[in-house]
Structures are given as structure tokens and as C-alpha cells.
Design a protein around this ligand. Structure first.
Ligand SMILES: [Fe+2]
Length: 315
């Protein structure tokens, strides 16, 4: 499952466009220095330039070189101020600005990588128990992120919804396999056990502050709430259900209908879409359901695979 988890945190440093832009910072800095900010060079030209270098470059050697070049340029521009002490102090000053920014960004990136690894580990542990859920979680994550993109949500919110989609059923870890994989209809008692999974998932993840702050716990706890208030575990209604959970709810229902389960064959896509249409204002937020229906009707998202096929490539 790891290889399918695709979250775009802090990939900018590997982007050739960003690197090229960074490389043209020096001539821009020189032009500004010579023609515009001649008497306030230190603050207005080289400091922003070194901050940008720290943001975009991972290599300490690059930062040393950039700060060295900046010092030389400053000397060329103002030769009358040059002494070894002043040049060394300036070089160190520029280096430290970029280096501190680099360390801060590295720490942030490592935190995100840890989060992705944690998400992968949790998702893999659920896959190990229930193969259906493995594909289902990835499909739900994919659909939900596409819905969020169509609603013009930020990249960060879209990524958080993707993570929430991967983890939304994590509470099924606490439901016996005999119930999860039961080939026949569930008894009321068994269904009540299944209904515990949002709360179990919440209990498992509640101490991870990133999940709490960014709506992922809301997804886990509220993804079975219904727009008309007939869902579980709390019977929340309408916009009292967090938006992220309302998005997951549409994707979850669609994928559940179009995937093959142990106790029934999958429905046709048209049948599933009709169920989503009929559920507007009842099970689903009507606006979000319409966004999803439009995406499918316009072919802007692929209808994902069932429980025995690989998921289609994401854009
Ligand atoms: Fe669920």
C-alpha cells in the first residue's frame, strides 16, 4: 500500500522549476543591488535572497557557495567598504540566514514524512486483516481528494482529506475478522459491533495532534453520519457534520456500492450514481453529492477498481 500513498507535502525543493527560479535569484539580486537599492543593499536584496536559498536548497554546500557569491557581489558593488573582517562577517551572516531557514524547513519536512510513514503503517495493518478495506480505503481517499479539489480546497486540505480517506475505517481493526469477512448478512448484534468502528478509530488516533488539528479525526469519527440526522454514532445533522466527513461519506457510499463484498455482488456504476442522486439531502450533503456526480459525468475522475484489481493511476 505504501507505494500508492501520494501526498504532495514539500515536494517543491525537488521541482526543477523552483531550482531554476532560485538560480536566477543571483542576477536579480545583482540588478536590484546596482540600480535600485544601492544604499540599502543588505536588507532589501541579499537577506531575502538568502532566505529564498534556505527555502529551496537542501545542500549545505550550495548555501555556503550562495553566501560566498553574495559577499563577493557586495564587495564588487561597494569596493570602498571591503576589509577581510567585514567580508567574513557578511559571509557568515548570509550563511546563517539561509542555514537556519534550511534547518526549519528540514524539520517541517521530516515531521510530514513521519506522518506519512505513520499513515502507511496504520493503513497496512488494516489491509492485513481485510483485503476489501485496503482497496476501499485507497478508492475513498482518491475520490474524496478529487471532490475537495473540485470544491477549490487548498492542496493541504486535499492532502489531509486523502490521509483521512486512507484511515477512515481504521477502527475496523477492533472488529472481529469473523464479522468483517462474514459471507452472509449480519445479525443486528454483529451490525452493532461494526457500528463501533468510528469510535474505535477515534480512540486509536486521538493522541496524534496532527490528526486532531487537521480534520482527520473528524473523518474517522463522523464518516457514517447522514445529512438528515439518521446516521451514527451521534446522529449529527446537516452542516453540524464536519465538511471533511460529508465529503468522505459520498465517496465511501459510492465505492461500497461499486465494490464486490463477501456477502454480495457489486452494483453497476449507473445504479450507484442513481443512489447518490436519490440520497441528496437524505444521506448526503446535496452540494457535495452534485460535485461528485458532475466529476463522474464529465469523466474528470476514474471510477476506481474493485477489490481484486489495481487502482487506476492518479493524476
Ligand atoms: Fe466506515
Amino acid at each position: 500500500m505504501n507505494k500508492n500513498i501520494n501526498v504532495s507535502f514539500f515536494n517543491t525543493r525537488k521541482n526543477p522549476l523552483v531550482i531554476s527560479l532560485s538560480l536566477i535569484l543571483i542576477p536579480i539580486g545583482v540588478l536590484l543591488d546596482f540600480y535600485i537599492f544601492r544604499d540599502r543593499t543588505l536588507i532589501l536584496t541579499y537577506i531575502p535572497m538568502m532566505i529564498a536559498v534556505g527555502l529551496f536548497f537542501q545542500s549545505t554546500l550550495s548555501i555556503i557557495l550562495f553566501s560566498f557569491v553574495s559577499t563577493i557581489l557586495l564587495f564588487i558593488n561597494s569596493p570602498e567598504e571591503w576589509t577581510i573582517e567585514v567580508s567574513l562577517a557578511r559571509w557568515l551572516f548570509y550563511f546563517l540566514i539561509a542555514f537556519v531557514i534550511k534547518i526549519l524547513i528540514d524539520n517541517l519536512r521530516k515531521e510530514k514524512e513521519t506522518l506519512i510513514n505513520l499513515t502507511s503503517t496504520l493503513a497496512v495493518s488494516l489491509d492485513a486483516r481485510d483485503q476489501y478495506t485496503a482497496f476501499h480505503s485507497r478508492n475513498v481517499a482518491y475520490y474524496s481528494r478529487e471532490i475537495a479539489r473540485a470544491m477549490n480546497k487548498t492542496t493541504k486540505i486535499c492532502d489531509d482529506i486523502y490521509i483521512g480517506g486512507l484511515l477512515h475505517d481504521i477502527g475496523k481493526i477492533g472488529v472481529p475478522e469473523s464479522i468483517l469477512n462474514k459471507p452472509s448478512r449480519l445479525t443486528e448484534r454483529e451490525f452493532n459491533q461494526i457500528k463501533q468502528h468510528p469510535q474505535i478509530g477515534y480512540d486509536i488516533l486521538q493522541y496524534i495532534s496532527y490528526f486532531k488539528k487537521n480534520g482527520i479525526l473528524d473523518i474517522v469519527l463522523y464518516h457514517h453520519e447522514k445529512y438528515d440526522g439518521t446516521g451514527y454514532p451521534y446522529g449529527l445533522k446537516g452542516e453540524n457534520i464536519p465538511l471533511v466527513a460529508r465529503i468522505i461519506s459520498v465517496s465511501d457510499a459510492f465505492d461500497a456500492m461499486t465494490s464486490q463484498r463477501t456477502y454480495r455482488e457489486r452494483n453497476t456504476i449507473e445504479h450507484a450514481l442513481q443512489e447518490i442522486r436519490n440520497g441528496r439531502g437524505k444521506q448526503f450533503d446535496p452540494y457535495i453529492a452534485n460535485v461528485f456526480l458532475n466529476l463522474i459525468e464529465r469523466g474528470q475522475i476514474d471510477v476506481c477498481a474493485t477489490n481484486n484489481e489495481p487502482m487506476k493511476q492518479e493524476s
